[in-house]
Design a protein around this ligand. Structure first.
Ligand code: PNS
Length: 166
């Protein structure tokens, strides 16, 4: 009997970008189920609330046609505990550059120490998304620049409205 292969795709997603969406699409081809999960971190200032970010991810993923089932939710606390709770065999993270690698490496090692049965699978960002980050997208939007093509359509209008409000 074959086992359902579940992957967790965690992040802040403030907000979800086209880069994230590409990784979700690709992960959904590799795994039976992908659980996209927003980190609940009250200590970190965010533009969108956790519920808003979950909704934006759900709307953005609605058009994805893939064999792997995609779910969206939120978590607080230790990532590996959450991964164990949902029965994930892997944590998926995206790498755009060597800077991302430096950032990810200690987290990957720590998670491997805490939960040796769960591997982190790093997907290299597609070339057209390598410059896109939630932080830069918010900066561009807040300075009046266009973010078309960098964030899903569902996000663009909400992001522009939010930064205009200040
Ligand atoms: O999108 P981000 O902000 O780069 O995502 C970071 C995230 C959510 C993957 C990371 O902050 C995380 O895993 N937080 C959970 C806390 C945790 O488990 N820490 C100990 C192991 S590193």
């Amino acid at each position: 009997m074959s086992q359902t292969r579940i992957a967790l795709f965690p992040g802040s997603f403030d907000p979800i970008t086209e880069g994230h969406l590409d990784l979700i699409r690709r992960a959904a081809r590799l795994f039976d189920r992908v659980v996209v999960t927003v980190l609940i971190n009250p200590a970190k200032q965010s533009l969108f609330t956790v519920d808003e970010r979950v909704d934006l991810i759900r709307e953005s993923c609605a058009g994805i046609d893939s064999p792997g089932h995609i779910e969206v939710d939120a978590f607080g606390g230790l990532l590996v505990e959450y991964a164990q709770r949902v029965g994930a065999v892997a944590i998926v993270r995206g790498l755009r550059s060597s800077t991302d690698f430096e950032y990810e490496q200690p987290m990957i090692a720590m998670n491997a120490h805490l939960a040796p049965g769960i591997d982190t699978v790093c997907l290299l960002a597609s070339a057209q998304h390598a410059h896109i980050s939630s932080r830069l997208v918010k900066e561009v939007a807040s300075l009046g620049g266009s973010v078309t093509g960098m964030v899903p359509r569902a996000v663009e209008a909400r992001l522009m409205a939010r930064v205009r409000k200040g």
